[in-house]
Ligand binder design. Structure first.
Ligand SMILES: Nc1ncnc2c1ncn2[C@@H]1O[C@H](COP(=O)(O)OP(=O)(O)O)[C@@H](O)[C@H]1O
Ligand SMILES: [Mg+2]
Length: 393
């Protein structure tokens, strides 16, 4: 059918035509944030899930809703290779402007902005990637010691007081949070914790790969009680069907039941794959309804496209020993798998392959759902490994 009207939207962070199956989590976040704004006990969120399950688009949607509800929102997208202060400074300044503090003749607001200025100067000495050029002044003794933990705590307390005085709340939305370096993540958690203790309205809604849960716990043991960690996973069968049929329906196109069955089975209801299969099914079909045969052709096309791009770019970043490790994992199925079992397939000692495993974790290719376990961070990657490396050697 007409590619010009194809509604499906595969791609990293690409808004889907129908954000299906996420109403419950959207409501949960909204409740906690309203509690935060009203000075009640609340928890922040760290949304965890594999690549392509829809964390980024969910986070954007939450940020949009939150902003529409009168909160002050700070959105940070890709923390990879940048220090937390470098990411926070420009966004916090924007947030303070939004809180309408700079021009307003408001002593608290001005003081907060000077505190941010002191923070900038102190952090510039330590982190080389801060490019912030504006001179905001400084507030001696607040957020200017040069110690990230101390300074971030005082800065957040200052901002929290200002937000409270304005009857607003500051909500940080941070994607790919697993890339934030541990000591900096610890400082962020501590700053949020302090605000909670003082009942100041500052909250975090973050998203990242599953290793995030362990990282947060290692950074600060009380992180466990500070956040909820909802797992963002594949959709339920009903939600997956809606993700496919609702956008088509709006264009007077339907799916045969057998076509839907084929797509749900092959995609395992992973949002990104649903978009790919939706797109290809639309392309393959000549007219409505989309048939089982269209869906089967779509499966072939989608897999070959994924093999050439989505899976391929990840594979290309690997060293030969990392490839072998992942191939051994694939031999065992979709996972997760014990380190010992993987080493066994490789006919090596667990210790001997531990560095390879560590590299794969830091590259974000695998994660450890529990001690000694290993799972692929990319859904269906086991199948790809077997296609690209047909034999173990
Ligand atoms: N709830 C959903 N329903 C339908 N499609 C979705 C949903 N969530 C995400 N998608 C689609 O999945 C793909 C991946 O989304 P993204 O947010 O980038 O995932 P992640 O950040 O978890 O890797 C995008 O093409 C997006 O349109
Ligand atoms: Mg993402």
């Amino acid at each position: 059918m007409d590619p010009r009207t194809n509604p499906y939207a595969p791609g990293a962070g690409t808004l889907p035509p129908e954000l299906s199956g996420r109403d419950e989590i959207i409501e949960r976040v909204s409740i906690q944030l309203d509690r935060c704004k009203n000075g009640l006990a609340f928890r922040g969120f760290l949304l965890v899930g594999l690549r392509g399950v829809g964390k980024t688009v969910l986070l954007s949607r939450l940020a949009q809703d939150t902003e529409a509800n009168g909160f002050t929102v700070v959105s940070i997208e890709t923390p990879e290779r940048r220090s937390l202060p470098a990411l926070l400074i420009p966004s916090l300044r924007t947030a303070l402007i939004r809180l309408n503090l700079i021009s307003a003749a408001n002593d608290l607001g001005k003081k907060t902005l000077r505190a941010l200025g002191g923070f900038v100067s102190a952090m510039k000495v330590k982190y080389q990637d801060i490019e912030f050029g504006l001179d905001l002044g400084n507030e001696p003794g607040i957020a200017d010691s040069g110690d990230l933990e101390n300074d971030l705590v005082s800065l957040f307390v200052e901002i929290g007081r200002t937000a409270k005085a304005k009857n607003s709340a500051l909500v940080l939305f941070i994607d790919e949070i697993q890339y934030i370096e541990e000591a900096q993540f610890a400082a962020l958690i501590m700053a949020l914790h302090k605000c909670t203790q003082l009942q100041l309205p500052v909250a975090l809604v973050g998203a990242g790969l599953p290793q995030l849960v362990g990282q947060a716990g290692r950074a600060k043991s009380y992180a466990e009680r500070l956040f909820e960690y909802p797992e963002i996973g594949p959709l339920t069968a009903d939600a997956a069907m809606t993700a496919l049929t609702a956008p088509a329906h709006r264009k007077n196109v339907s799916f045969e039941a057998e076509a839907l069955k084929e797509i749900l089975e092959k995609t395992k209801c992973y949002p990104y794959f649903l978009q790919e299969w939706g797109k290809h099914s639309w392309q393959c079909a000549n007219k409505s309804p989309i048939t089982k045969q269209d869906a089967e052709t779509a499966t072939m096309l989608a897999i070959s496209e994924l093999d050439g791009s989505f899976f391929r770019v990840r594979f290309d970043r690997l060293t030969p020993s990392e490839k072998k490790y992942l191939r051994a994992m694939a031999e065992l199925g979709s996972g997760p798998h014990r380190s010992g079992d993987i080493a066994h397939i490789l006919q090596k000692d667990v210790q001997a392959v531990a560095p390879t495993r560590a590299n794969l974790i830091s590259k974000g290719m695998i994660y450890s759902p529990s001690h000694g376990d290993n799972g692929f961070t990319v859904p269906l990657f086991d199948g790809y490994m077997k296609r690209v490396m047909p034999t173990l050697n």
